[in-house]
Design a protein. Structure first.
Length: 470
């Protein structure tokens, strides 16, 4: 079939609605591709082939009888294996959860199914989602479709690899410090970290409840921005199980009405130094936007050093201590990556209530200060990380060279609840994709998507991994 395996999911759904292709054919093609590529990539934790075939048969009958079809009817998707799908394992990369089976669908899963999507399976993560390399003792490591010797990123690394390799038309990841955007950047696809509250996190493990629930979100991943938007529009909306849930209507932007929008090329010494190729990719994105009528200029954002320290306070010591207590007595069953994270995150003194309360207040004040600085520049461009995908085993939490230094471009957004989109723009000299991050103010997710799509359209057609052609 000429458009397989890299057709856009929205185009697949349209072809199905037009009766040019059958949902059964689409699912079988994806299942065969998974069968061939799974031994090389190890992207999947659970493959529900029988269930997908049954869904496809039902979808085909709906088309044939002329039923009203959802926007994603027949589109084959995957879900990160920390998000509940009824009857599927939900291990979040941990031996301690190897027997955990979700009892019900997460709200976002229910919404995808209601829109007609067909769920193929769920995808690999690092243990408890706290690393930028997808590897664990339960299902092993996931490789990058562009180069199997390199990481697919984390923690949504399985999801990014499956989508980039054409095993899935799109899917859902989660992001507490870059976990959607970094794997998207590493694997050459698109991903949106939404504003907290836009897409309900209900049904995600670890649960996003409590005084720092805004740090982690769930969001869409796909090969094109149009597909990311299509998934976002289906998943977005309030849910009683998510305390941050906000009834914000989805907005549509036409590029014409965005002309003249001020876009800042983010500059801050707090973020570290990206590779020359990475900086060149950002410069290329800026040039493409200028050529399309946007106003693009350097933008110095202050106070990010403190924002990054605060992000680590919550993502490191606070979450680390919660994890440490939850695994007490089972330390011999946790992965080396999780051990390294816990050693780094919980090495200091115990957190006091006074420290936590002050950090929450300071977070709100910093968020307000960043918003003040962005008042006239609503969109920023930056790298996603300091460089493209690293080789397996080279990611770590070591001071000076580890994740707290290489991933700073992504991490501060989670402290403030800012939406960010990763869109592929260039390829490194090693042949690895380089994404650029488009950042917007909270609840302006659609603006970030619109600017990212303008970059994408000016860039040209999406390029598949050379190792896995159509």
């Amino acid at each position: 079939m000429s458009f397989f395996p890299y057709h856009a999911l929205t185009e697949i759904a349209q072809e199905i609605r037009s009766k040019n292709v059958s949902p059964v054919e689409i699912v079988e093609l994806h299942l065969k591709r998974i069968e061939v590529l799974q031994p090389k990539l190890n992207a999947f934790v659970h493959l529900d082939a029988d269930g997908a075939r049954q869904q496809a048969c039902v979808a085909e009958k709906s088309v044939m009888r002329g039923a009203q079809l959802g926007s994603l009817h027949g589109a084959p998707l995957t879900i990160k294996s920390c998000i509940g799908v009824a009857g599927w394992p939900c291990p979040a990369g941990s031996l301690l959860r190897k027997d955990h089976v979700a009892k019900q669908d997460a709200p976002l899963v229910s919404r995808l199914k209601s829109a007609g999507a067909i769920l193929l399976g769920n995808t690999n993560t690092p243990e408890f989602l706290v690393a930028y390399e997808t590897d664990n003792l339960l299902t092993g490591k996931t490789s990058n479709p562009w180069d199997l010797a390199h990481s697919s990123g984390g923690s949504s690394g399985g999801e990014a690899a499956a989508i980039a390799a054409g095993c899935s038309a799109g899917g859902v990841g989660s992001d507490g410090g870059g976990s959607i955007r970094v794997p998207a950047h590493f694997c050459g696809i698109c991903g949106l970290k939404p504003t907290p509250g836009r897409v309900p996190g209900t049904g995600h493990f670890p649960p996003g409840a409590g005084a720092f629930s805004w740090i982690g979100v769930v969001g869409p991943m796909a090969r094109t921005i149009a597909d990311v938007r299509a998934l976002f529009e289906v998943m977005a909306g309030p849910d009683a199980g998510d305390a941050l849930s906000a009834p914000v209507p989805v907005r549509a932007y036409r590029e014409g009405e965005l002309r003249g929008t001020r876009i800042g090329i983010l500059e801050s010494e707090a973020l570290g130094v990206a590779t020359p190729e990475t900086r060149a990719a950002v410069a290329r994105a800026a040039k493409l936007l200028c050529e399309r009528g946007f106003t693009v200029e350097p933008f110095q954002l202050n106070c990010l050093d403190r924002a990054l320290d605060l992000w680590w306070f919550f993502f490191g010591p606070v979450i680390g201590n919660l994890i440490r207590h939850s695994i007490a007595g089972h330390e011999n069953q946790i992965s080396p990556m999780l051990c390294e994270y816990l050693s780094c995150a919980t090495s200091g003194n115990s957190i006091t209530l006074d420290q936590f309360t002050k950090a929450c207040a300071e977070r709100d004040l910093l968020r307000a200060e960043i918003l003040r600085q962005m008042q006239d520049t609503p969109v920023l461009l930056s790298p996603v990380s300091t460089g493209p995908a690293f080789r397996h085993g080279q990611g770590n939490y070591s001071p000076g060279t580890g994740y707290r230094d290489t991933m700073r471009f992504s991490q501060w957004l989670n402290l403030g609840g800012f939406p960010g989109v990763s869109v592929p723009v260039a390829v490194s000299n090693e042949g690895l994709p380089i994404g650029v991050q488009v950042i917007a103010r909270p609840f302006e997710d659609e603006l970030a998507l619109a600017v990212a799509e303008a970059i994408e359209q000016a860039r040209g057609p999406w390029q598949p991994p050379p190792a896995f052609p159509a």
